[in-house]
Design a protein around this ligand. Structure first.
Ligand code: C5P
Length: 226
């Protein structure tokens, strides 16, 4: 039998990455940012200069790309990512990748390839996995399922702070809010495993909560179950 899995899903900018990492550290579990995998394939497609909607070519790129993820030793920084051996940690967070990732993530063949890799990484459990479809598709039998959300305004503010912390150019708040809303719309309305709260997930609205409060709530849920 595998060790327990915590699935953390939710819209862009809800604080999934920070919360995931801290919960994993508190409980001594591994963690995985699955969004970084979709971003990596998007970067590879953009670098090849092929049409993002050419599903055959995109599938070939997804099948032939080797993605490796590592915990970033720097506090507050996203996971380190190697794409075919090259460090793309910063490149997968550019506005160009962010604007196009939902188009790539909507393609069933891309999802099939990445979900298999995620299931392999999590097969023995002991992991906190964050994304959009972890509790609904990747590990529907996860012991703890969280749907993490916050108001659009709050999420735009957090994304703004994240981008600055990562040394990226941050668009103004109204633009960010619009971009986030557009990405959420695409992610929630796609046919293939859309962003949706699993029936058995616990909804955590993080507006007005500190990171610590959110982390403690999830740790408590885990300890009550395991
Ligand atoms: O989490 P992050 O915002 O980096 O995710 C980037 C994009 O990757 C999402 O907007 C979504 O299109 C896609 N994604 C997904 N399924 C996941 C994780 C991310 O479709 N499990």
């Amino acid at each position: 039998p595998r060790k327990p899995i915590i699935a953390i899903d939710g819209p862009a900018g809800a604080g999934k990455s920070t919360v995931t990492k801290q919960v994993a550290n508190k409980l001594g579990l591994l963690f995985l940012d699955t969004g970084a995998m979709y971003r990596s394939i998007t970067l590879a497609v953009l670098q090849e200069g092929i049409d993002l909607r050419d599903q055959e070519k995109v599938k070939a790129i997804a099948a032939n790309s080797k993605i490796q993820l590592f915990a970033n030793p720097i506090v507050g920084q996203p996971m380190q990512v190697l794409l075919n051996g090259e460090d793309v940690t910063t490149e997968i967070r550019t506005p160009e990748v962010t604007a196009n990732v939902s188009t790539i993530a909507a393609q069933p063949s891309v999802r099939e390839i990445l979900v298999k890799q995620q299931q392999l990484i999590g097969q023995s459990g002991g992991v906190v996995m964050e994304g959009r479809d972890i509790g609904t598709h990747v590990f529907p039998d996860a012991e703890v399922k969280i749907f993490l959300t916050a108001s659009a305004k709050e999420r735009a503010k957090r994304r703004h702070a994240d981008l600055i912390a990562q040394g990226q150019v941050a668009p103004d708040l109204a633009t960010l809010e619009q971009e986030i809303a557009e990405r959420d719309r695409k992610d929630s309305t796609r046919e293939s495993s859309p962003l949706i709260q699993a029936e058995d997930a616990t909804l955590v609205d993080t507006d007005g909560l500190t990171i610590e409060e959110v982390v403690t709530a999830i740790v408590n849920l885990y300890e009550a179950k395991v």
